[in-house]
Ligand binder design. Sequence first.
Ligand code: RIB
Length: 334
Amino acid sequence: MAITIKDVAERAGVSVATASRVLSGGRKVSPELADRVRKSARELGYRHNAVARALRHGRTSSVGMIVPEIGNPFFPSLVEAIERTLSDSGRDLLLCDAQQDPTVELRRARTLMARQVDGLILIPVSASASRAALDEAASQLPVIQLDRYVKDYLGDWVGVDDALGITLAVEHVTSLGAERIAFASATLECSSAQQRLKGFTDTVRRLGLLGSGSRLLGEFSAEWGRAAAQKLLAEPSLPDAVVCGNDEIAVGLLGEFRRAHVRVPDDVLVTGFDDIRFAALTDPPLTTVRQPHEVIAAECIRLLGARMNDADLPVQRVAIAPSLVTRESTGAAS
Ligand code: RIB
C-alpha cells in the first residue's frame, strides 16, 4: 500500500495542508512542526512526488501565470501577492514572462499546459493578439484573466478599475486649480491603456476641460516618459498638470523636467499609476493611483479556485477600486 501525505500528516500530528506545505516548500511553517513532518516522512519512506500526485489525482497543485513584461516593477509586486495567496493553500506558482510578445505568450501557455498546471492566470499582452493563447489554454484548463483582458472574450477577469483610477488623478489636479491637463500613457494595444484613456477623456469632458492638454501615447516605460516630457517642453507653454498612465512614465517625465529645470509641482503637477515601490522615492515623491495588490490577488485566486471546482459557473468580472496616494509631485506635504 503506497504511503500517502495523509499517513505522513497523521504520524506527525499535523494537517495534510501543513504537511504538504512543509514537503513542497510552501509558506513557512514553524521549525518544530517542519521537523516533525520531515521525520515522519523519513520514517515512513514517503516521497513527495509532484508527478506521482498528478498521476494519482490528475492535479499537480500548481498554477501557471504569464505576465507581459517581468521587467516592469508593477508585475513582480502583483506576482508576489499571487504567490503568497497560492502558497497559503499549498499550491505552487509557475511563472513565465511573455516578453511583451503574443507569440512568446502562446509558447509559454503551451509550456505550462504541458507541465499540467491545474489552472492558468494570464495577464494578456494584447487586447486582441492574446486571444490565441487565451483560447488554446481555456480549451484545456481553467483560466482567469488578471489586470488586463482580451477584447470580446467572455471569461473570468479581475483587475483594478482603470478608468476610475485616472478619474481620481484628474479630479485631484483640477481640485488644485489645473485646467490644461496633458495625458501621457501607452498606445491602445492593451485593455489597461484603453480604459485609462477612456477615463481621462470622459473625466475632462465632464469637467469641461476637453482638449485642454495633449494626449501623448507611447508605451508604459520611463523612456516614453522622457520622450513625452520633451514633446511637452517643445510646446508654446507647459500644461498645468500631466496625468501619466503608469509610474514608469511618470519617473521618466520627472527626470526630463528636472533636466530642463522645470519645477514640480510649482510649474507643473505630475501624477502616476500603480504606486510601485519607487514612487515614494522619486524627486519629488510621486502622487499616484495605488493598485491594491493583495485584494486583487485574493480575488483572482478565489475566482480561479471556484472555476477549477466548477467549470460551469457563470462568468465573473470584478473591477477593484484603486485609491489615490498624494505626495509632493502635486504639492502634498510628505
Ligand atoms: O505598468 C504597467 C501597467 O500595465 C500597469 O498599470 C498594469 O495595470 C498593467 O496593465
